[in-house]
Design a protein. Structure first.
Length: 217
């Protein structure tokens, strides 16, 4: 018997198509829920949203229907990289439509999505309560913009696709500018796939929920 997916496919004419997961508790409309924006890697680009479920948060919510976050997993078109402007517009859209807790919006991604995580957070650090870039990299010269944002970076020591130094440079740049809420996990035996054990670890989600953004009115 075919089991229906807990994720809805949302098609956007002028932005990214995305998978949407709403927890069961979402039906209690008076509650606003934490949200994770998940950015996939280069291998999941395309026009078939089913491909996004191969890895990461979009896969986790298929396996864990009691996942406690709203999960938004956009799909990047073939041959493109994540666009900060399009992601920002998508976030605006999602927040306007769904019961998202504005002080608990989290950002994570793997490989190309790890780069996207670093870049989007550096461009708009005030939008997120915490970020978790996995096997990606960013611009160390922009690290000062992230100094007040909780960061937990992950990388495999044996990664030959995105070298470990890509994450190391960002973590060091953060420390150099006085950031004091930075965690860095290096898996000594992992190659490029450092995301499976990361997203399977309940500690990541506990860590996200420990952080809330200060909302100024």
């Amino acid at each position: 018997m075919h089991q229906t997916s807990p994720q809805r496919q949302i098609l956007n004419t002028n932005n990214y198509n995305y998978l949407l997961f709403l927890p069961k508790s979402y039906e209690a409309q008076e509650f606003r829920l934490p949200m994770i924006l998940f950015l996939h890697g280069a291998g999941e680009r395309g026009s078939n949203l089913e491909d996004v479920k191969r890895n990461g948060i979009a896969r986790i919510v298929e396996e864990q229907p009691d996942f406690p976050f709203i999960a938004v997993s956009p799909q990047c078109p073939p041959g493109e990289r994540w666009s900060v402007n399009l992601l920002s517009a998508l976030l605006d859209d999602v927040i306007a439509q769904y019961h998202v807790s504005l002080d608990r919006v989290y950002l994570t991604g793997l490989s190309m999505g790890g780069y996207g995580t670093w870049h989007l957070a550096a461009d708009q650090p005030d939008r997120f309560a915490a970020i978790a870039p996995i096997c990606g990299g960013g611009n160390p010269q922009e690290a000062y913009r992230l100094k007040n944002l909780p960061v937990w970076a992950f990388h495999g020591k044996r990664d030959r696709i995105v070298p470990l130094r890509e994450s190391e440079k960002m973590v060091q740049a953060l420390k150099n500018c006085g950031a004091n809420n930075v965690k860095f996990t290096v898996y000594p035996e992992a190659d490029h796939d450092s995301w499976t054990q990361t997203y399977n670890n309940p500690m990541l989600y506990d860590w996200f929920l420990q952080h809330q953004r200060s909302i100024t009115t």
